[in-house]
Design a protein around this ligand. Sequence first.
Ligand SMILES: [Zn+2]
Length: 198
Amino acid sequence: MPGFVEHTTANGIVLIGTTAAMWYFGWSVGDIIAVDAGIAISSLILSPDMDLFTSKSMEDWGILKVFWWPYAKIVKHRDRLHTPILGTSVRWLYTMAILSIAVVPFALLVRNLGFHLTFAGETGDVVYYLLYLLDVFIGANIADATHFVLDMATTGFKEGLGHHHHREYFPLASEHRLEYEREHHREYEREHYHEPER
Ligand SMILES: [Zn+2]
């Protein structure tokens, strides 16, 4: 299973390649930086391995990793949220939820002190910054796609998502079924081969 070093190396190579491609296609420096930031963020602090409480990505959060304990607890390691698009979106929403938990009390405190936080920008400005945010999100997906491909490539596609997680999800159920099938088979043998008809 590829670890942090392999993933970071692969994502670093992809970052260089993506930067070169964007430059070639005439993207603005601002856009390139935003996409690269997305790749870096997803490689270093929001990687798909956040579903594993003992991963290096998790360790890097230090004491703040307590915020990720529920996520790692609920999401099975290398399950369907180990993917780009879906997994990336969920991790981003989760991060925003954490941030709002951290920021809202602070904002309320500031307001109680008599300050008023207002957004003074024009609508045009908002769209302008949202487009950069979209760049960052694209970069994050590129990083997570690279992570996913490397995970899948090294474990083999057959051992991939499909039945791999089935076994993890229902270990008891499948053992139960196996026992049931064995018993059924024994009964069948007894009836048809060993005991003579009377
Ligand atoms: Zn992984």
